[in-house]
Design a protein around this ligand. Structure first.
Ligand code: TXA
Ligand code: MG
Length: 326
């Protein structure tokens, strides 16, 4: 069921049930982070392997400090600058966080989502919310309540509808065990924004260099259609036969390539707008009877780097790293 009743969401969460929640990045599938049975339901609902840890969402930086044994100065600076917002910090966990949430890792991923409904919900609860993106494991993240309904609607009792997510791409994940700190997932806060606060960071978004045991999963295929990234006019030429049959979809940054099945992410070339529309566009094209989706990289700056990362993964038929989701 989809609705805007925060109280209904609260009661379900208190009863140990999972609830889909809006955030500024993507919709999450939330449960009481202190309740292992509730957390297990998230893994089962998403069909997610238990070795892929979850992000814990709180209503404030103060609440984060109750979940971790320490916060380095760089983490504190970033928290003050970007929370609430699309930034996730990897910090050493206290015992209150069940091992299931972190897949047995000593660090917990924590963030304060910047969405008014979810912040209100969090402030009414006596526990934080563990929440991965509310998609079946291996598919594109949902950016509307309807996306969640389409794929998981029958499996979850309530979807809190907070409208379309305005960032539209997942949070940036950063860890502090290296000097300088390492960004493990590019997302809603850009590397440029982070470096303006704490100076140079390392960027390690390739699965083999993730801090966790790699190589356990074959990559899923998502979107389910073949995605090719490159020069769109050249690709249209290469796929002219398919195009004549109406089987080609185009996902462009700002240009109109005259293809009837085309989504333009931002006609004015605005990267933030493009990020906000990316996942919905992939879903739309994926739902059409196409044999191929042609796309192109966007300028590789600011949130454009996160967009290009997702496009490359879509083209590789992969929505998660070998050991976890995006
Ligand atoms: O924007 C977001 O971060 C969204 C919204 C719902 O908050 N959440 C999200 O969660 O994207 P999920 O589970 O789809 O992706 C979380 C990523 C996974 O790649 C997971 O492996 C990684 O974060 N992660 C979580 N906890 C971790 C930990 N303790 N150490 C290393 N990586 C961790
Ligand atoms: Mg995910």
């Amino acid at each position: 069921m989809i609705g805007t009743d925060i109280h209904a969401a609260k009661l379900l969460l208190e009863a140990g049930e999972p609830v889909a929640i809006p955030t500024e990045t993507v919709y999450g599938l939330a449960a009481n982070a202190f309740n292992e049975n509730a957390v297990l339901k998230i893994f089962l609902t998403k069909n997610r392997p238990v070795f892929d840890p979850l992000i814990v969402h709180t209503g404030s930086i103060e609440q984060i400090t109750t979940l971790v044994t320490g916060m380095p100065e760089t983490a504190r600076c970033l928290a003050q600058q970007f929370m609430p917002g699309p930034l996730t910090l990897l910090l050493p966990k206290k015992d209150v966080i069940p091992d299931l949430v972190t897949s047995g890792l000593p660090h917990v991923a924590v963030r304060v989502p910047n969405h008014p409904l979810t912040l209100q919900l969090l402030s009414s609860l006596s526990f934080p919310l563990a929440a991965p993106s509310a998609n079946p494991f291996g598919y594109v993240s949902p950016t509307t309540a309807q996306h969640v309904q389409d794929q998981l609607g029958e499996k979850i009792p309530y979807i809190l509808d907070g409208g379309a997510c305005n960032i539209g791409i997942e949070s940036t994940i950063i860890g502090f065990d290296t000097m300088p700190p390492t960004v493990y997932r590019m997302g809603g806060i850009s590397i440029e924004q982070i470096e303006a606060v704490i100076g140079k960071v390392l960027v390690q978004t390739h699965s083999s260099s993730n801090p966790r045991a790699a190589g356990m999963l074959k990559s899923h295929y998502a979107p389910r259609k073949k995605v090719i990234i490159g020069n769109i006019p050249q690709l249209l030429h290469r796929f002219s036969e398919e195009n004549r049959r109406g089987e080609v979809g185009v996902l462009s940054f700002m240009h109109d390539y005259g293809c009837p099945k085309q989504v333009i992410l931002s006609a004015e070339g605005n990267l933030n707008q493009a990020a906000g529309r990316l996942f919905a566009a992939l879903r739309t094209l994926d739902s059409l009877p196409l044999s191929v989706i042609l796309t192109e990289p966007v300028p590789d700056v600011f949130i454009g780097r996160a967009i290009n990362d997702r496009l490359k993964r879509a083209a590789a038929g992969q929505t998660h790293t070998e050991d976890g989701e995006w």
